[in-house]
Design a protein around this ligand. Structure first.
Ligand SMILES: [Zn+2]
Length: 326
């Protein structure tokens, strides 16, 4: 190819594929033979941690339009540059949602439940992905909730309001329950009224199916709950350990790693106590880096697992290499 034709081809490549990406039939075609809507293979990723099977599940993502308020303590230009550096779109960021199944023998535990179809058509896929992985929702014995933000609890119910996991008990962090179930707090914190009401919608009527748990206790076999507070008052992370293997489930210690693993001092708008959240984030990322621990992050790109490496003033998320063997 001559330089001139290569330049022409490259210039064309920058514009023409928009049509292809949009899935539009070329002009002049009827579209009657259009392919079915494009879908990936089901979003689950299976691994062995000692005697446990750990399966990350992809619920989908939501396109979050970002503005100067998204990171409270960094200039918006710096946020946009971090996204550009990570080859992510700006200023609308696709934020993914990842739940984790821990299977010990025939005991099936689901950690966080996803969006329950309440976040639009790009999310709500977890129940289907669980079935595809061989663990349909009715097989779940225990649900463990990290904190009460909607993208973590709404999946407890279907979009119609029915219980999505017919046979599961629901374990919740004691500190989270105490904070959000207080009507005094609800009345005091006008700006969070919607969150308080959503939590009541999800949990009301569940009775003793819901049980509080404490930090530094083994909530189910191999899964120890740890204080990760700051993001919310009861925000919890988990050490998963079996035989000589371990893994750290970071929950929402960071939102998207391209922003908040890279810049751990940045405070996303979601952190309720920014200073405490920053301290938790620093401590947990530092521990993961020092111990070379495998991590899972709820808002990490799927399969949402890998490692944390020190990098300058911050860290870098290094994805684990995909293995076709579970
Ligand atoms: Zn979240």
């Amino acid at each position: 190819m001559t330089d001139v034709t290569r330049r022409t081809a490259l210039a064309g490549a920058a514009t023409i594929p928009a049509l292809v990406l949009a899935g539009s039939p070329a002009s002049g075609q009827s579209g009657a033979t259009a392919a079915p809507a494009a879908r990936q293979a089901p979003g689950f990723y299976r691994q062995k941690i000692g005697a446990l099977e750990v399966v990350t599940l992809h619920d989908g993502f939501v396109n979050r339009p970002l503005d100067a308020n998204f990171v409270r303590n960094a200039p918006f230009e710096a946020v946009q540059k971090a996204l550009t550096d990570a080859f992510l779109p700006s200023p609308t960021l696709p934020i993914p949602f990842t739940q984790t199944l821990v299977v010990a023998g025939d005991r099936v535990t689901l950690i966080d439940t996803g969006t329950g179809g309440a976040f639009g058509p790009t999310a709500g896929f977890t129940p289907g992905h669980m079935s595809a992985a061989g663990y349909p929702p009715e097989r779940v014995n225990t649900i463990v909730i990290s904190h009460f933000h909607a993208d973590h609890i709404n999946g407890i119910r279907t979009r119609e309001g029915a219980l999505a996991f017919a046979n599961a008990e629901i374990l919740v962090p004691e500190a989270e329950w105490a904070f959000w179930m207080s009507d005094d707090n609800m009345n005091r914190m006008e700006g969070l009224r919607q969150a308080f009401q959503n939590i009541r919608r999800v949990f009301n009527g569940l009775g003793d199916r819901v049980k509080p748990y404490r930090w530094n206790s083994e909530v189910v076999t191999g899964v120890t709950a740890l204080d990760g507070s700051g993001h919310t008052p009861g925000h919890t992370v988990y050490a998963v350990a079996s035989e000589n293997r371990s893994m750290l489930l970071l929950s929402d210690t960071t939102n998207h790693p391209a922003l908040f693993v890279r810049n751990p001092d940045w405070s996303p708008v979601f952190d309720m106590d920014a200073d405490k959240a920053r301290a938790s984030r620093r401590a947990l990322l530092d521990r993961a880096a020092a111990d070379r621990m495998q991590v899972v992050g709820y808002h990490f790109p799927f399969p949402a697992t890998g490692f944390i490496a020190r990098d300058g003033q911050g860290y870098q998320f290094v994805p684990q290499q995909w293995s076709p063997l579970g």
